[in-house]
Design a binder for this molecule. Structure first.
Ligand SMILES: [Zn+2]
Length: 136
């Protein structure tokens, strides 16, 4: 293992996050930003594989749970077991459920209850907060 001067994902400081992420990734993952709809290439990703946290690399979603929501953001009906956590977000005069990475706490997006079967959930994710690993 090479020396890593940005610490581990669990203990990284905000200054270290700023160095290890692009400005757009930092805005979403660490400042709860939302990318502009339709700007993420991952929205159109159709291959089989795994979507992972751009902050720490933790696998978050299997491509089998991705669906076309028509919102302009990558959308999934279920995360991988234990990959994400949620909390109530009351910003913008709305009550929404915020979704973040269970490992590094990076903000990923929101979950809504108007998704397809089998869960009825719609995990509306910021593509910039994730990376895609196609299956070999
Ligand atoms: Zn993470």
């Amino acid at each position: 293992m090479a020396a890593n001067d940005t610490g581990t994902a669990e203990t990284r400081t905000e200054a270290e996050w700023r160095r290890s992420l692009t400005p757009r990734q930092y805005r979403v993952l660490r400042e709860h930003g939302t990318e502009r709809a339709g700007t993420s290439p991952l929205d159109h990703e159709k291959r089989t594989g795994t979507f992972a946290c751009a902050g720490c690399g933790q696998p978050l979603f299997d491509s089998a749970t991705k669906f076309e929501s028509g919102t302009g953001w990558p959308s999934f009906y279920a995360p991988l077991d234990g990959a994400v956590e949620t909390q109530t977000d009351r910003s913008f005069f709305m009550t929404r459920t915020e979704v973040h990475c269970a490992r590094c706490q990076g903000h990923l997006g929101h979950v809504f209850d108007d998704g397809p079967a089998p869960t009825g959930l719609r995990y509306c994710m910021n593509g910039v907060a994730m990376t895609f690993e196609p299956q070999e």
